[in-house]
Design a protein around this ligand. Structure first.
Ligand code: PDD
Length: 289
């Protein structure tokens, strides 16, 4: 890995990028983040990522110490300093900052801002061509009354535990249910099924991260005449789907062909998924922002 990092504006290589152990991001997982990637060297859907970041910040009462333009300039400084053979992976983290060992936010007047830039690496081509196997995990997605999944939080233990279970069971991803037993999302991606030509994803009210790729797919779908809807989904909806796929910034849309070793639809990537992916990529390559 060769990353270039800005820690509060100081740009270094990964060995020299350090932060205090008294940072409340480290001590308490108190912070938020965004993961973006570039197409044609420009951060894709930047404004939407910033909108979500501001919402995450608000939900933990954290005041972001920059405007969208200021952060864009800092990201540019960091990508300019990086060696990028192709496109960039960009992770922006903002934590509560450095202070005494107390939850009192008055102890941490200055948030820490970290930008990690490294080469974007596409998922293996085989994932798109043959699809991936996922598992429904026993780890339950956070109840919205606890650490609300709406917050793109650095406190990722819930997802990490779910991912551990998925890895143990040989899944490319783990699908989490909520406390009501409804499907929510995967550990680092959103979930869609396709039934009778309609792409369906669980509603935000199920308790999940409002993915930017997920949101964009509603628009892409309407442009190419594929209905994309929100609906409560249960295990049976996934097992009985014609197709399924997962979405995220770094993975675009990857077909799911088995769930808990059971075949979904024909057991091969489906045509609706393929059309949505192709249209998504067209939009990204046009670098619509
Ligand atoms: N993950 N759900 C979860 C729990 C996620 O962590 C992510 C993103 C998504 C998809 O959101 P988006 O389309 O905005 O990338 C859904 C990123 C890629 C990450 O954790 O780095």
């Amino acid at each position: 890995m060769s990353a270039t990092i800005s820690v509060n504006g100081r740009i270094t290589g990964e060995r020299d990028a350090v932060i205090s152990v008294f940072d409340h991001g480290f001590l308490y997982g108190e912070g938020i983040y965004e993961t973006m990637r570039t197409y044609q060297s420009r951060p894709f859907l930047y404004e939407r990522h910033m909108r979500r970041m501001r919402r995450s910040a608000e939900l933990i009462s954290l005041e972001l110490p920059f405007s969208d333009d200021e952060l864009a300039a800092r990201i540019r400084e960091t990508t300019d300093a990086a060696t990028l053979p192709d496109e960039a992976y960009i992770r922006v983290l903002v934590t509560r900052g450095i202070g005494e060992l107390t939850y009192d936010p008055h102890a941490t007047p200055t948030p820490s801002v970290v930008i990690i830039v490294k080469p974007h690496v596409d998922p293996p081509r085989s994932a798109y061509e043959h699809g991936v196997a996922v598992v429904i995990v026993d780890v339950v997605r956070n109840h919205p009354g606890t650490v609300n999944p709406m917050i793109k939080s650095n406190n990722l233990l819930n997802c990490a535990l779910a991912a551990q279970e998925a890895i143990r069971r040989g899944g490319f991803e783990g699908v989490m249910r909520n406390y009501l037993g409804e499907l929510t999302e995967c550990t680092t991606s959103n979930l869609f099924i396709v039934k009778d030509g309609v792409a369906v994803t669980p509603p935000l009210a199920a308790g999940l991260l409002p993915g930017i790729t997920r949101e964009f797919l509603f628009e892409i779908g309407s442009e190419i005449g594929i209905a994309v809807r929100e609906r409560t989904l249960k295990d049976a909806d996934l097992f009985g789907a014609d197709e399924a796929f997962l979405t995220s910034t770094t993975r675009e849309a990857i077909p799911i062909v088995t769930v808990n070793d059971r075949r979904i639809g024909s057991g091969t990537p489906g045509p609706v998924t393929a059309k949505l992916l192709a249209a998504f990529r067209r939009a990204a390559e046009e670098a619509r922002v």
